[in-house]
Write a protein that binds this ligand. Sequence first.
Ligand code: 5RP
Length: 220
Amino acid sequence: MNQDDLKRAAALAALEYVVEGEIVGVGTGSTANHFIDGLAGIKDRIRGAVASSEASAERLAGHGIRLFDLNEVSAMPVYVDGADEIDSGLSMIKGGGGALTREKIVAAVATRFVCICDATKQVATLGRFPLPVEVIPMAREHVARRLTALGGTPTLREGFTTDNGNVILDVHGLSITDPVTLESEIDHIAGVVANGLFARRGADVLLLAASDGVQRSVRN
Ligand code: 5RP
């Protein structure tokens, strides 16, 4: 099985968390794309979906899955998304695809966050993957200086604009032993829209695919 097969296996395992007659929150990325394709097979059993990016919205619509604006939805039982890294406490780094802000917003409305990953994403300590931070363009240099003061090395994601019209700084060289505190510290820098640490609201369930099957972990 290659990495993409494992992503698909994790994504299809998440279909059992979809609640009949309800709206599903849908993440972004290649693993989430497998989930969307699987969701197409049961689309008559759900009300529709809220997408965390324009790309996922387009893929959902292509399958004929009804899209809801998040402002029309006060609650949803589940949000399903991938991650760039996940630790044993189910804290994550997300945003490799640049959709972190909308992902965090949609996840905040969901009762349960189901994270779907291949086994390469599991780490002992977050930070090997550069931490994405979405920034208002005029604040780019100010935020970069503050991130450097926190011990990281930020680089601008060249040629990339988020769905919200902002830029991404990818912060290298962090060893994140206290993700909850760091998530809050970065959020408090003026000009930061959101950062890719999902620790205050981590995953509730992890479906981790390896060659010997999909392993399930539940947040304590
Ligand atoms: C996008 C994300 C993705 O979930 C993350 O980058 C993982 O992507 P993939 O499933 O393609 O490995 O956070 O913003």
